[in-house]
Design a protein around this ligand. Structure first.
Ligand code: HEM
Length: 400
């Protein structure tokens, strides 16, 4: 439940957890973009919300004035960040250079095109197994029964941890990201996640494997092994960054298709459209908003930003800016020019984008192969999560 009063003025008193914003933020951004392109609020601390592509990308590139040391969209009630239990936070996402530079470099090979291609058979098999559970029943919760189940299992493989832990992982990640207004729940999720990875590191020290955790324990920087706090932060980040995000993208894409039978038919008839279609769905329903912290007082485009203020990196709104995208409100499966920023921009651009794209493509291909025609179930409510990561959490659909 949101803890603040309903919003009456989006330009000076917005709340990203307002139920109207969570359910349908698009019209709010469009309104702000023409009247007050960088909105402000004092709810949960002084925070700015840019809505134009130009501003979002400029701020993402200006790492001197806008630091990543605090990237949580919803600060903890105490003012501390969710990763406050970790000395180094969650590098590379919650760090600035130089820590950012080498921690990112260590992660990138794990998500190269080549590595990601090697996870395709596992992902296809997983999707087919999930679909087989409900294809004969004529209905499913496309979020819970399908989208939610995929990324967590692929990440578990990469980290070398048991996929039997998938439900626990999903719960912890949701506690950290989706229930950010509830300090107790957020602390509980973060605590569970960290103590699990601590015990996994002990195991890997005794019996190393060829997984990401073992590799991080073997890695050396300037001739010295990594501090345990850094290994823990990186492992936790891979799980946190790779689960809610991709599941949200798959869910939002299925939500769109369920409401647009013409797009279902087109994708089935023209599967070669899949690459532009997935980019377009990522643009239109970009799930991730990150934050930055202002490093010193500055005037940005007439906004008097103060040291310690937050800026929300509104990548989803940037993707709907009519200055950059023709008919931004329309989902055009064959959109040719699509410089969307769903994966961010600048030095923190998503390190897992190859994996995310592959999972989204394979999930949609497998779904349409088995269920080429489907619709939202009438009379059933769709529940959206918002804040840092936006996507459907309950998505009832029916099919013949
Ligand atoms: C559709 C799914 C995804 C979306 C929309 C997404 C979006 C983003 C965005 C917007 C950022 C930039 C953060 C910033 O500027 O502060 C980011 C960073 C990152 N993402 Fe993703 N992400 C997705 C999936 C994944 C996956 C599957 C992984 C792999 C485990 C991953 C790992 C990371 C990492 C490690 C970073 C930090 C990069 C850095 O700070 O240099 N993401 N992601």
């Amino acid at each position: 439940m949101p803890r603040t009063a309903p919003v009456s003025d989006w330009s000076s008193d917005f709340d990203v957890l307002d139920p109207r914003y969570v359910a349908d933020p698009f019209g709010i951004w469009d309104g702000l973009r023409t009247t007050c392109p960088i909105a402000h609020t004092d709810r949960r601390g002084s925070t700015w919300l840019p809505t134009r592509y130009e501003d979002v990308t400029a701020i993402a590139h200006d790492i001197g004035h806008f630091s990543s040391l605090k990237v949580a969209v919803i600060p903890m009630g105490s003012g501390e960040e969710g990763a406050g239990q970790l000395e180094y936070g969650l590098p590379p996402i919650s760090s600035d250079p130089p820590l950012h530079t080498w921690t990112r470099r260590l992660l990138l090979p794990w998500f190269s095109h080549q590595r990601v291609e090697s996870y395709v058979p596992l992902t296809r098999e997983l999707c087919r197994g999930l679909l087989a559970h409900f294809v004969d029943t004529g209905h499913a919760d496309a979020a819970v029964d399908f989208a939610q189940q995929i990324p967590v299992r692929v990440i578990a493989r990469i980290l070398g941890v048991s996929s039997e832990m998938s439900d626990a992982f999903t719960g912890w990640v949701r506690d950290v990201l989706e229930f950010a207004d509830d300090d107790e729940r957020r602390n509980h999720g973060a605590g569970q996640l960290l103590s699990y990875f601590e015990s996994q590191l002990d195991l890997r020290r005794q019996t190393p494997g060829d997984d990401l955790l073992s590799e991080l324990l073997r890695a050396e920087v300037d001739g010295a092994p990594l501090d345990d706090g850094i290994v823990l932060g990186m492992a936790a980040l891979v799980l946190i960054a790779g689960v809610d995000t991709t599941w949200s993208a798959i869910g939002s894409s299925l939500w769109h298709l369920a409401r647009h039978p013409e797009d279902q038919k087109r994708l089935v008839a023209e599967p070669e459209l899949m690459p532009t279609a997935t980019e377009e769905l990522l643009r239109a329903f970009a799930p991730v908003t990150m934050a930055r912290v202002v490093t010193g007082d500055l005037d940005y485009e007439g906004c008097p930003m103060k040291q310690g203020d937050k800026v929300l990196m509104n990548f989803p709104a940037a993707n709907r800016d009519p200055e950059v995208f023709d008919r931004p409100e329309a989902v055009l499966l064959d959109r040719a020019h699509n410089r969307h920023v769903a994966f961010g921009s600048g030095i923190h651009r998503c390190a897992g984008s190859n994996l995310a794209r592959m999972e989204l493509r394979v999930a949609l291909e497998e779904w349409l192969q088995v269920i080429p025609s489907f619709a939202l179930e009438e009379g059933r409510e769709i529940v959206w999560a918002g804040g840092q990561v936006r996507g459907p959490r309950v998505l009832p659909v029916v099919f013949p």
